[in-house]
Design a protein around this ligand. Sequence first.
Ligand SMILES: Cc1ncc(COP(=O)(O)O)c(C=O)c1O
Length: 394
Amino acid sequence: MAAPVPSSRTRLIEESVTLSIAARALALKKAGRDVVSLGAGEPDFPTPANIAEAGIKAIREGRYRYTATSGTPELRAAGSAWLKAAFGLCYGTDEVMCTAGAKPALHMAMSTIIEAGDRVIVLAPYWVSYPALVHMAGGVPVIIEAVPDQGFVHDAAAIERAVVTHNAKGIILNYPNNPSGAVATRAQIEAIVRIAAAHDLWIVSDEIYAMLRYDGAEYVSAAAVPFGKERTLVVTGFTKSHTLTGWRIGFLAGSKAVIEAAGRIQSQVLGNPCTISQEAARTACAEAPFDEVARRLVDLDQRRQFLVQEINQLPGLKLTPPRGAFYALVDARQLCAKRQQSDLQIAELLLDEHHLATVPGSAFGIPNFIRLSYAAAMPDLKKAMTRLAAFVRS
Ligand SMILES: Cc1ncc(COP(=O)(O)O)c(C=O)c1O
């Protein structure tokens, strides 16, 4: 008799391309190759010592048991204060919950607001997990094509057309954006929120890169503009700004009703986020480590400018300076046309022949672009540019 097979729902979920490239790069490294990895979105800086120490202290003091499922009351209160201090967002303690990273926060958000078959607008280029997260919640992602010639920020009229055509119920926003580094202006966010209000859409605003901005780009949350707060779920945390990557901690903020419902889902699938990491996150919130971010931004900005300069000298490649996050989304359309190769083939050749790990734009819904992460040390970036130049000129 044949063995049972996984559900049809699982077939809608693709493996994360970024993680599979990271795994392939790791395998090459293990085989002794000198691989430069600009694939994964993980900062090379360590977790700040005071945050890590808070976790270690929690273990030493035996504070590692189950907690309230949406996070300890102390952490939720600290999270609420941090949202106000860092971003000017006003949420009460019962309007903020702690989860095991931004990814689960997105999952709780989608599962709370999406009804079966609901259409959700996803703006390309999008972070790889959004379509899968919508599917897992029973929704249907509606992808709107990328607008590289508009600095990767869609205009509200185009979004409205898609909303009407597909009778959409929600939209995912992500500024600063992974992979493009785009940061929408206040006027652009206000216009999108006006459309959302006019058509009664939910907004899931993934603000995990909010602290990482350059060239004076302003941070504007959809929750902070008129008509925004009541329909927006904010996803945020310290993952990218303070390297809490492996600690698995994130926050979801929204109305009391939404947070209470999301908390019920979390209680059934996760229990509570790691207790030790909650203690570390409480320190991160309470000691509001803005200086640390400022120091990191100086470094990241140097790397960003280096990439912009180097890449724009290479024939067939173009890089519009990213204004946030730590990714360079390189326009390789000319190079792809000249070599008659797709972005996927180019990423494979870069990894296999030049030992440079990147991510093909197709993974983000933008074919013939290549994403490089500059959350890597300068010597690695220099090596990467030498290898990229060798490939382009080969
Ligand atoms: C846009 C975006 N959202 C969410 C996440 C997930 O963050 P976390 O590790 O906190 O789950 C990432 C990580 O790469 C990301 O780039």
